[in-house]
Design a binder for this molecule. Structure first.
Ligand code: S3P
Length: 172
């Protein structure tokens, strides 16, 4: 059984997933890092050289062929659940968790590091939050199909410990 951490870019999926894995004593896998190690290219170069559609195919192939250890926590990229049946696959292979954060918080976190995110790099301060708001709305129908949903601003270490306690019951 596996735990899949999803949510928009900037929601803190890798940080939360890594800490959750530590609390549970499970292995942690960051899907973007796995894609980069498999392809020998950064996510930005894959987008630049091959385009988004090719990235989505690589992302889906990597997810669905991950040689997962018995129990693991996998943090996916923000778009992963929204393409190529990935969320249905995750829901079949484990528990999916959606970390929601409002566009205003995401924009504040993401603007300073937008160059690392190919979908955000071309945006300016003027259209940044509006773009995130629109993408979040577009993707909500996917994210909302996750098994569990938590709101990031209210989710601290306590939330993580409670989630670990809750999930432990399914993995004994
Ligand atoms: C993307 C999110 C990124 C990465 C790629 C595309 C998206 O991952 O997979 O830049 O479409 O939301 P993070 O959510 O880990 O930043």
């Amino acid at each position: 059984m596996h735990i899949f951490i999803t949510g928009f870019m900037g929601a803190g999926k890798s940080y939360l997933g890594r800490n959750l894995a530590t609390l549970l004593g499970f292995q942690f896998i960051d899907l973007d890092e796995y894609i980069e190690s498999q392809s020998g290219k950064s996510i930005s170069s894959i987008f630049k050289e091959l385009g988004e559609n090719a990235f989505r195919q690589i992302e889906s192939d990597c997810l669905q062929s991950l040689a997962l250890p018995n129990h693991s926590v996998v943090a996916t990229g923000g778009g992963c659940p929204c393409f190529l049946g990935n969320l249905a696959w995750m829901n079949e292979h484990g528990v999916s968790v959606y970390f929601f954060a409002p566009a205003s918080l995401l924009a504040k976190r993401l603007f300073p590091e937008k160059e690392n995110r190919p979908l955000l790099a071309p945006l300016t301060k003027d259209n940044f939050e509006a773009f995130i708001d629109a993408k979040l709305a577009e993707r909500a129908t996917f994210y909302e199909q996750c098994h569990l949903k938590f709101k990031v601003p209210e989710f601290g270490q306590n939330g993580l410990e409670e989630l670990a306690d809750y999930l432990r019951k399914f993995f004994t």
